[in-house]
Design a protein around this ligand. Sequence first.
Ligand code: G3I
Length: 346
Amino acid sequence: MKRIMLAAGGVLLVCGLAQGAGLRDLAQKRGFLIGGAMRLYPETLADPQYLPTFAREFNVVVPEHVMKFRDTQPKENVYDFRKADFLVKFAEDHGMKVRGHTLVWHEAVPDWVEAYKGSSETLREILKDHITTEVGYFKGRILAWDVVNEAVAKDGSLAPDAGPWPRIDQGRALGGYIADAFRWAHAADPKALLFYNDWGAEQLGAKSDGVYALLKRLRAQGVPVDGVGFQAHIDYDEPVSEDSLRANFKRFSDLGLIIHITEMDFGIPDKLRSDPKALAKQADVYRLFLKVCLETPRCQAFLTWGLTDKYSWIDEGGEDTAPLLLDKDYRPKPAYAAVKALLRRP
Ligand code: G3I
């Protein structure tokens, strides 16, 4: 892996910036961030198009895996930042910002934490040490951290079963661990922007009401929360209302929060993945989200959860849902053209 990463990094410096204009050139002109999640697997690093295309198209990158708890502290007090180091150096070598993802999430918890049955006080120390160590290690090099990910349930309540972390609040109001996490991250890197990140909160509804109430409460308590990440994993048949999207973005912006669209993808059912109408619908949804973002004060970044249909988490089960802007051969799709046209608009 290390040899592949070194080789890939080298090739990149030659090819990455040599190619034609990508989305990043247009975004840069507007002081806007366009990016995606990077997957550091042997197959992506060995793919001659993968890293150069990232450098051409994006000015912000987020790790799909390598900064998660399971990847950075696989064993207690044993940290491994080698893959995250590669990603951050890649970004710095190519003038890109980095979103750190993610410090507190129930789905990327290492086995030793899952198995932990000790006191809530000790569990709190484990999380504090993790956040302080990881954020401190990258101090000054991360634009924004997804400090807490997916801690609000669909009905807007704080999820009591968000992995081990809510156990920290035994004997106190649920949510204390969330405030703690933001305070610890801020202490470790006062310059990093600190985000709460979630799915299904893009439009008005019970979940976004819950996220809004949480962030409003945290900010009223003086907790250093700078932004909200709307993941925007949009299902093919999910109703998307421009009015609802716009009103929801506005209320978070009016709170003074920065907004990032952090993980957008739009899966197309296998049988329709080459259907022009399905691809046009995909383009419409990407266009709508970007348009509302560009028209909302403090909406500053638009990231997709991957670069090319060739590598998407949605298809890890063997599906082929063509969810991203570039097809499996890195060719721009109608959604790419829609995004590019919007970024080009004055
Ligand atoms: O690293 C192990 C490997 O050793 C093992 O052989 C393999 C087979 O079991 O699993 C590998 O771990 C996988 C990991 O990705 C790294 O590849 C996990 O099983 C798999 O569940 C994990 O999925 C990732 C998931 O987050 C959980 O971390 C997805 O690829 C990733 O796209 C997804 O991303 C999340 C965001 O972080 C948060 N928002 C939702 C989004 C989609 O679920």
